[in-house]
Write a protein that binds this ligand. Structure first.
Ligand SMILES: [Zn+2]
Length: 435
């Protein structure tokens, strides 16, 4: 099967780049198919079928498996989900070189789940139409992060098309449920997938050196209900919820203050963000509401373990409750569902960081700036628990988690070219005798 690279004329990186860029039409076709599968969190199966076919076409061995919550629950990075796992499967394409191992192993990981579209009437483009306008392809999940999955799939394909295989193990992973827990990627880790590095083509600027911790929780509040005609004698659960959230916003301001900042976030406008993402409460207009639930996401610096963030939040809420004049007839409880995730830092001197930045410089002709992310990604699992240095670098896009999300097709092809050369440099190449 194998013959050495030295025995054949060396494959030039210029040829790799041209071949990768030549896959533009095919890349757009795959991205369109993926965006048209509305793989909202919990409903990833249709898009995973498309991915499975794409990984099979690369000649990789497919490992598809459902998330087993019982298996994950005892892991320190586990987050309780908001959804059941039945029918929700990760897809891994496994490449084991037929020829000799010459380089380092690699995980290329992306998440297939996408977030809700929000109010449809705000979208100018069909959220699942994959409409193209100039350089932009629109749709929920286009940039976050189906274009990234397309980029690494096509990078692998470019090398195969040239008659080469990566000369080390490569695992192509398309995982479910990144957007509320990361348990899809955690499940891959617990299946034993580790490597010398992992790259996740999330649509973040530059190359990620740091991400924040993120925690979700809900505050369920009981108020002091009375008839609306004497509303001033009661305390509405909704109003009490805003009182509690106001105290959290004061903590957010405190954590954003220059003296509280982690060194990687000194230049950000507003690194710490507490978001009241969903609120449900009240019964009808003529009663002071009895019940309210607020779903909240908080971010915190990577040097603060999630347990400390939790303790701080609980202290602030207890103080706010104690300060409220109606405290004796008010109560609340906290429900922890969704992310319970530590942040992490990736050393810029890690070989994968140097190799990826260097490849970007050589292929694109510019520097890839380091960036600190004020959210979370699946890179945390690899870095903190997988002994696998991991970073994010992916295609440029905008409005992810917003309205009219789009990805730049030129930048998707840039990313494909960069990843093609990066795989070749990181893993080495073997010439395949037969195509
Ligand atoms: Zn993402």
């Amino acid at each position: 099967m194998e013959s050495s690279l030295s025995a054949a004329p060396a494959l030039s990186e210029r040829t790799m780049i041209e071949t990768a860029r030549g896959l533009r039409d095919e890349s757009i076709t795959l991205l369109t198919a993926l965006v048209r599968e509305p793989s909202l969190l919990g409903d990833e199966a249709g898009a995973q079928r498309v991915i499975r076919q794409a990984f099979e076409a690369l000649g990789t061995r497919i490992h598809e498996f459902e998330i087993d919550d019982a298996k994950l629950r005892s892991h320190p990075a586990y987050s309780p989900s908001i959804l059941p796992y039945a029918g929700r499967r990760n897809v891994v394409g496994i490449h084991e070189p037929a020829g000799p191992v010459r380089g380092k192993s690699l995980i290329l990981n992306g998440h297939i789940d996408v977030v809700p579209i929000g109010a449809r009437e705000l979208w100018r483009h069909d959220p699942f139409g994959a409409e193209i306008d100039g350089d932009r392809l629109y749709g929920r999940g286009a940039s976050d992060m189906k274009a990234g999955i397309v980029a690494f799939t096509m990078a692998f394909k470019a090398l195969r098309q040239l008659g080469y295989e990566p000369a080390a193990k490569v695992f192509l992973q398309s995982v479910v449920e990144e957007e509320c827990t990361g348990n899809g990627a955690l499940a891959c880790l617990l299946e034993g997938y580790t490597a010398d590095a992992a790259v996740i083509p999330e649509p973040l600027p530059g190359i990620m050196t740091c991400q924040m911790g993120v925690m979700w929780f809900a505050i369920e509040v009981l108020g002091k209900p009375v008839h609306a005609s004497v509303a001033h004698t009661g305390v509405g659960a909704i109003e009490f919820s805003f009182h509690l959230f106001g105290a959290l916003k004061a903590l957010e301001a405190q954590w954003n203050a220059p003296k509280s900042r982690h060194g990687y976030f000194l230049k950000h406008d507003h690194p710490v963000n507490f978001n009241l993402g969903k609120i449900q409460g009240g019964e009808w207009a003529s009663s002071v509401p009895t019940y309210c639930r607020s779903d909240i996401r908080v971010g915190f610096y990577p040097d603060m373990p999630v347990a400390n963030a939790k303790a701080e939040i609980e202290r602030v809420l207890a103080d706010a409750h104690a300060r409220h004049p109606g405290r004796d007839s008010l109560s609340y409880r906290l429900v922890y569902e969704g992310f319970q995730s530590d942040g992490c830092v990736i050393d810029i001197n890690e070989p994968v960081m140097q190799a990826l930045s260097g490849t970007y410089r050589d292929v694109i002709g510019r520097e890839l700036p380091p960036s600190s992310f004020t959210g979370t990604t699946d890179a945390k699992f690899f870095n903190l628990y997988g002994d696998t240095p991991a970073t994010c670098y992916g295609p440029d896009g905008a409005s992810y988690h917003g309205i009219d999300e789009w990805v730049s097709l030129d930048s998707m092809m840039d990313c494909t070219a960069v990843l093609t050369v990066f795989i070749a440099r990181w893993c080495g190449l073997n010439r395949m005798e037969t195509r």
